[in-house]
Ligand binder design. Sequence first.
Ligand code: NAD
Length: 282
Amino acid sequence: MILLDGAKVANDRNLELKAKIEKDVEKYHRAPSLSIILVGENPASQSYVKGKGKACKLVGITHTLYHLEDTVSEAELEALIDKLNHDDDVDGILLQLPIPKHLDDIKLIDMILKEKDADGFHVVNQGNLYQKRPTIYPATPKGIMTLLKTYEIPIQGAHAVVIGRSNIVGFPVARLLMDQGATITVCHTKTKDLAFHTKQADIIIASAGRPELLTKDMIKPGAVVVDVGVNRVDGKLVGDVNFAGVSEVASYLSPVPRGVGPMTINALMENTYELYLKHVSR
Ligand code: NAD
């Protein structure tokens, strides 16, 4: 089994990006900038935001963290997004999800200017993705596709099974795999016999958020398995894949941690850079 080493690939790409940004700072007289909005004290979100801030520092993106109380009103958040939308020094805006239930995440994300939508979650950017038009890709699907490309995994003609149909992972990654010529099966909580589908897959994207859902007996020998899941079990991070078992059968497998997580952050850095380049040339 070959490890899909997301941490290494992401680090290599971040260093390449850093070199590009260094040149562009000379040319455009300012660094790219990302504003991150974090609401409340969710420990997982805090840890993701910390990782994103660290990556920004590494590649040379200026970042500002707006850490708001979980009692913040929707009007206050709207005012902040509006201010950032109008701030000419801001290239990218990210609202860290999930946000408390009294806030309307869909409405707030759609308020972010689509030209500053670093996460690629804005309805117009997602619509462009589904129509195969140029757009900002959501970070996790983009990171997964980059990981597969780096390891030269053949996608054209492959049967890819995606477990999960969320707007931020399962659905868009299925679309991107299909665009590259894979035949897609999307499984979800209503799927009757998950193993029936996964056993036929050349590529499996496990993004259900269920600890060790995918086991050795559910995959075909030689399958490529990407584990997106991040689950906290007894204080430890566990993926959606039983790593020990599946690594005996899979040809390629991404670990948790150090797999899709760092690729997602790298994709966010690359998205912010892309938005910056468009912004400075407007
Ligand atoms: P979500 O809860 O929005 O969606 C989960 C999907 O999985 C749903 O469509 C559901 O139908 C499906 N599902 C759940 N249980 C299932 C089962 N037993 N069988 C088949 N399908 C099942 O979650 P999400 O936001 O898409 O995230 C999925 C996982 O990926 C989570 O663990 C999340 O933490 C992780 N994640 C990781 C990264 C990263 O950077 N590594 C980024 C985003 C999400």
